[in-house]
Design a protein around this ligand. Sequence first.
Ligand code: HEC
Ligand code: HEC
Length: 192
Amino acid sequence: MKQKKYWGILLLSGCLTLSMATLAWTEDGEGEGHERHERGFLHQAADIGPITNKAYKTECSACHFAYPAGFLPERSWVKIMNNLDDHFGENAELNDKTRLVITDYLRTHAADRLPNRFSRSMLRSVDAGATPLRISETSYFRHKHREIPARMVTGNPKVGSFSNCLSCHSGADNGSFDEHSVTIPGFRQWED
Ligand code: HEC
Ligand code: HEC
């Protein structure tokens, strides 16, 4: 019995140390010098994660990839969900019940609710008074994609626009946006 307890405590303190380490390096800035720390085991634990809500996945992937909630602050999702009749030039209206279920999911999984390195960086890049409606127009997004020329995006029929995350991030459906598993269709493996 005693033996078991000892191992339990050891395991618990191991987990605590690990999660503290995760917190410590996610506080780091986005500077290139820190990129090295973002790889490996700890990195996995800090990914944005897959979409876990069926209604969201079904309804909001009819026209495009269902964007992970962790890429926008809660107030952005609320604004998007309150204006579905005029959604980027389309009508994406839902019945009240489905709309509420999806809004609730997006709010509870928004960038300000989930501590992972992407969401933290995203939040830092959005002004407190701003409510962006597009992930692709935030400074964090622009910063991460600044080296990609237009011919690979808007000039690329297999991509079309930056809103088409899945075309380049093949793991995006599983919540994986690792810059080391990106391929731009029609071009060689992306290298930094
Ligand atoms: C009827 C089609 C349609 C449906 C259904 C739809 N959308 Fe969209 N959505 C669009 C279009 C069109 C754009 C703009 C895409 C572009 O510029 O390439 C867009 C863009 C977005 C963006 C911004 C993407 C970026 O550039 O960062 C978000 C966020 C978004 N939609 C959320 C949702 C959510 C949440 C739902 C479900 C409630 C939803 N959409 C359902 C058509 C749709
Ligand atoms: C044209 C292809 C393309 C599209 C479309 C695209 N990305 Fe990217 N993305 C990249 C590339 C390439 C990188 C790596 C950039 C670098 O390392 O210089 C990247 C990097 C990222 C990163 C940083 C990854 C890391 O490990 O730090 C995130 C997060 C990301 N993209 C999210 C998105 C989201 C969300 C969308 C859709 C709204 C999207 N991307 C659309 C090509 C794309």
